[in-house]
Ligand binder design. Structure first.
Ligand code: MF3
Ligand code: CO
Length: 248
C-alpha cells in the first residue's frame, strides 16, 4: 500500500528532510584525508541528535552505526570503522534521520582531494542521473517512468546500473511501498499521486553492474572492484512535479 501523506505528516517530513540535508552540509568540511569513517559517523549522529532527531539506520535490522559510509568500490551500506579516507577516494554518506516518527533519507558521494577522471565522470553522471529521474516525478506519471529515464541516461554514459537495490517510498517507515528501481519501462508501475513521498537513488558503477555482499553481511561492493557512486533525495510528489525535502 502506498501511503498519501497528510499536511501535518508532510510538515514533519520536511523537518526530517531538512535535518538530513543540513547534516550533509555540516559534514562536508570534515571529509578530508586522514579522517576515519567512524569519526564521520560519530559527528553525524551527534549532529542529528542535536537537532532533536535520531539516526534511522542505527539498529535498523541490526545495523550497528548511525549512517552508512561507502568508499570507492563499496556501493552501499558500508559500516563506519577505522578506515581512514585517502586522497583520491570517493565516499558516499547515506544519512537517514527520524523526526517525531517521520524519516528523511539522502545519500551523496563526495571527493577526497583530487580523484581520477574515471571517478569524476562517474560522480558527475550519477548526480545528473538523479535529476533526470526526478524530472519524471509528478502526479500522473508512473514509477517506471523514473527508472526508464535513469537507466537510459546511465547506459548512454556507459555506466553500470545496480538492480538489486532500489529507491523506495518513505514516511513513518524508512522503507515503504513502492520500490523505485533505477530501470523500468515507461508508462508502467504504480501511479504517482500528490502527497506520496519517495526516495529516488541511482547507484551507478564505472564498470559492470554485478555486486556482492562482504562477510560483514552489510557492505555491498562491485564485483569488478570498479568505483560506484550514489545520489539520493527524498521528494514529495506534487501536482506538477516534486519538492525536494532533503535539500542541501
Ligand atoms: N538509505 C539506506 C537505504 O535506503 C538506509 C540503510 S539503513 C541500514 O537502504 F540500516 F540499512 F543501513
Ligand atoms: Co534510501
Amino acid at each position: 500500500m502506498i501511503s498519501i501523506k497528510s499536511d501535518s505528516e508532510i510538515e514533519l517530513m520536511k523537518i526530517a528532510g531538512k535535518i538530513v540535508g543540513d547534516c550533509h552540509k555540516y559534514l562536508i568540511p570534515y571529509i578530508k584525508e586522514g579522517i576515519t569513517t567512524e569519526e564521520l559517523d560519530d559527528l553525524a549522529e551527534k549532529y542529528i541528535i542535536s537537532r532533536g532527531a535520531t539516526a534511522s539506520c542505527k539498529g535498523y535490522e541490526g545495523y550497528p552505526k548511525a549512517i552508512c559510509i561507502s568508499v570507492n568500490e563499496e556501493v552501499v551500506h558500508g559500516i563506519p570503522g577505522k578506515r581512514k579516507l585517502k586522497n583520491g577516494d570517493i565516499v558516499t554518506l547515506d544519512i537517514c534521520a527520524c523526526y517525531k516518527g517521520y524519516h528523511g533519507d539522502s545519500a551523496w558521494t563526495y571527493k577526497v582531494g583530487k580523484v581520477s577522471p574515471e571517478k569524476e565522470y562517474l560522480m558527475e553522471h550519477t548526480e545528473k542521473a538523479l535529476f533526470v529521474g526526478l524530472s519524471q516525478v509528478k502526479a500522473g506519471n508512473r514509477i517506471g517512468d523514473i527508472g526508464a529515464a535513469i537507466y537510459e541516461y546511465a547506459t548512454k554514459h556507459r555506466l553500470g546500473v545496480v538492480r538489486e537495490l532500489t529507491g523506495h517510498g518513505i514516511g513513518s517507515e524508512l522503507h515503504e511501498d513502492p520500490d523505485v528501481p533505477n530501470y523500468g519501462k515507461k508508462g508502467t508501475g504504480p501511479l504517482l499521486k500528490e502527497g506520496m513521498v519517495i526516495a529516488v537513488e541511482p547507484m551507478l558503477t564505472a564498470g559492470s553492474r554485478q555486486i556482492y555482499i562482504l562477510d560483514d553481511d552489510w557492505t555491498i561492493v562491485t564485483g569488478d572492484d570498479k568505483p560506484s557512486a550514489h545520489f539520493e533525495h527524498t521528494v514529495l510528489v506534487t501536482k506538477d512535479g516534486y519538492t525536494i525535502l532533503t535539500e542541501r
